[in-house]
Design a protein around this ligand. Structure first.
Ligand code: PLP
Length: 642
């Protein structure tokens, strides 16, 4: 996203502008997400800059009126279309700029988001580019075969294949799909040839090589010698010899490799592409009539907007990625005297990550400070008197000293409680003074512009915990599993200065269900600036760029199921079209996933209630009410409902 476009999107309202800078929205927002002058988060139409932004709070309000409540996963179809266009256009521009003689064929790896609504959109928007699919299982192959992306697009079959998988792949070839069966191991070769001979179909084969080059980032294990997929150099040669011997070498049309997801550094992309080209040229020398060079996934998303080679960012743009690949392949092929191959990439993350966001309400806040002042008493313990005296020297200059003294005195009181020298009531007073003084310190620092690293670290330890209506394990599994960072921001009140700092906790009863890394305008922080919760108003947060991997990797921890999912299309006047809605799992559905029969549960419950009626503990009317409540719950949403 160009700097110029980001600047155009900056809010005019100075308070909203401050919020934009604080949360770094225009830094990570890719020109899709903005802070509006009314202090709400807005969605921008990526290819129609003149369109009025869509206010996310009015989307939520509108959905609520239709009976679709938070938490909700919101998909924006226009964002998928924009990314597919961008990826294809960037490759085509690089091809024409460098006078590359081959072409580009993108494929979407279905594993990155298998949801039918996403796949339907990809087929619809990808058709004009000949955008195909990569599949890694029979189920994914069936999804691809049930759509018709057109004969121009490639269908890449990776993964471990049994006879049925191979049969299906060959059937798709017979039907006119441009299917490549990628040999993952020498063992697979025999099976593929046997099925092909039985079906009397000449397969289009690919060979998956294991690059020796190792990339950095979270998916380093997908590359290098110890990666689990692909063949070693020795195995590749064995397969080539076997193909030649069996008279199938002419079927070997494609070479495949995959570096891993979210590659942070462009140099690694270039080096891997270089190595892949060396393999390609050598295989051609061996007589393989290769035409397609598939470089797999790896194109990263700059989740933090930092534009750095770190796990959650990238030091390159999409255009640089395409130029680097096309240039590397062109030079290598020219040097090796080979025709320029069709370049295939399998960018899934970069295609769909931006298109989905998780919107949820905050249920409550646990705070580690209090605005309730504590009065002195004559018989206060000396430590309590010292704590109360801290207020006299609480100034910006002496704030660290005041903080350290408070913590010291409070800890001394705790120690005295353990050794029986002070009472529980006295220690409670120490805790209350501590909480009150913390609130004074936090307010003082929030009102000042003081930059004090020590205090910043100390404050993080007393940040609020906001309890959100979502399950980390269901909706953001990579945050739990690999410390993935997604941009998070309040969806409203952004023209008010956020006076508190918080970490987030989800609705599961698991202490792992927390988020304590946040993207801000000046880098990654351990706390998120948030506003005071108001009694009569829900506070909403959004987690952005969650469209890749999160939906199907999620699990049912504490039996929180899929959230409501809505796909929208943005309209120019700032409204939206509801393209599709999918109700979140009901309790009955999640129970059946874990082998319960909800009907049997209702019937068992009825028996329990009936026994209570027989024993005179419940009236028949109470029995009816209880059974109705049980049935309503079993058919209800798994998340917190008002
Ligand atoms: N291709 C293959 C073979 C993969 O295993 C993966 C995922 O790891 C991808 C493509 C998608 O890569 P990315 O996440 O970079 O889009």
């Amino acid at each position: 996203m160009s700097e110029a476009k980001n600047l155009i999107n900056l809010p005019k309202n100075p308070a909203s502008r401050d919020a934009d800078a604080l949360y770094g929205v225009s830094r990570w927002g890719e020109g899709l997400i903005t802070v509006l002058d009314n202090g709400h988060i807005g969605l921008l139409h990526p290819s129609r800059p003149e369109a009025t932004p869509t206010d996310l709070m009015s989307v939520l309000d509108n959905l609520e009126q239709r009976g679709i409540s938070a938490p909700v996963l919101l998909r924006v179809a226009d964002f998928i279309e924009w990314r597919i266009d961008q990826i294809n256009d960037a490759f085509n521009e690089a091809i024409s700029e460098l006078t590359y003689q081959g072409s580009y064929k993108g494929v979407f790896p279905i594993k990155v988001n298998q949801q039918a609504q996403v796949i339907d959109r990809i087929v619809a928007y990808g058709q004009r580019h000949g955008f195909g699919f990569e599949v890694g299982s029979k189920a994914e192959l069936l999804i691809a075969m049930a759509h018709n992306p057109g004969t121009e697009s490639a269908l890449i079959c990776n993964g471990v294949k049994d006879e049925e998988f191979i049969q299906l792949a060959l059937m798709s070839l017979q039907l006119g799909f441009n299917t490549f069966i990628v040999l993952e191991s020498p063992r697979e070769l025999e099976l593929v040839l046997a099925v092909a001979e039985t079906m009397k179909v000449r397969p289009q084969l690919g060979i998956r090589i294991k690059l020796t080059h190792e990339v950095s980032g979270n998916w380093a294990a997908s590359s290098g010698d110890r990666s689990t997929f692909g063949m070693t150099i020795a195995q590749v040669m064995d397969v080539v010899d076997a193909l030649r011997k069996r008279d199938f070498l002419d079927c070997l049309k494609l070479q495949h490799c995959h570096l891993g997801s979210q590659v942070p550094n462009i140099i690694e992309i270039r080096m891997a592409a270089q190595e892949a080209c060396r393999f390609y040229l050598e295989l051609m020398k061996e007589g393989a009539p290769l035409e397609f060079l598939d470089l797999g996934g790896g194109l990263g998303v700059d989740y933090t907007g930092e534009h750095r080679a770190t796990e959650n960012s990238t030091n390159y743009t999409l255009n640089e990625y395409c130029l680097n690949i096309v240039e590397t392949v062109k030079y290598a092929m020219d040097e090796g005297g080979a025709p320029h191959p069709v370049i295939i990439t399998e960018s899934g993350r970069a295609c769909v990550a931006q298109s989905s966001m998780l919107l949820f309400n905050v249920l409550e806040a646990t705070q580690y400070d209090s605005t309730e002042p504590v009065s002195p008493a004559e018989d206060d313990h000396t430590l309590l008197k010292s704590m109360l005296a801290v207020e006299e020297y609480l100034t910006l200059e002496r704030v660290s000293e005041a903080w350290n003294d408070l913590v010291y005195y409070r800890n001394e009181m705790r120690a005295l409680l353990k050794s029986g020298q002070v009472s529980l009531r006295e220690t409670a007073k120490a805790e209350r003074i501590h909480l009150y003084m913390m609130s004074r310190i936090k307010t003082m620092l929030a009102d000042s512009d003081m930059e004090n690293e020590e205090m910043r670290a100390a404050l993080e330890q007393t940040a609020d915990i906001l309890h959100g209506n979502f399950s980390l394990f269901q909706s953001l599994p990579d945050v739990w599993a690999i410390d993935q960072i997604h941009p998070i921001a309040p969806l409203h009140r952004l023209n008010e200065k956020p006076r508190r700092r918080a970490i987030l906790s989800d609705i599961t009863c698991d202490s792992d269900g927390k988020i304590d890394k946040f993207v801000l305008g000046d880098g990654v922080s351990n706390t998120l600036p948030v506003h005071d919760l108001r009694a009569e108003e829900d506070y909403y947060l959004g987690v952005f760029f969650v469209g890749a991997y999160q939906e199907t990797l999620g699990d049912l921890h504490n039996l929180f199921g899929d959230t409501n999912v809505v796909t929208i299309e943005l309209r120019d006047d700032g409204s939206f079209e509801l393209m599709h809605e999918q109700d979140g799992d009901t309790i009955s559905e999640v129970l059946s996933y874990v082998e319960y029969d909800p009907r049997l549960m209702v019937s068992n419950f009825k028996k329990t209630v009936e026994r209570a009626v027989q024993a005179g503990k419940l009236s028949p009317r109470e029995r009816r009410e209880m059974i109705t409540a049980f049935k309503d719950s079993i058919n209800g949403y798994t998340y917190f409902e008002r």
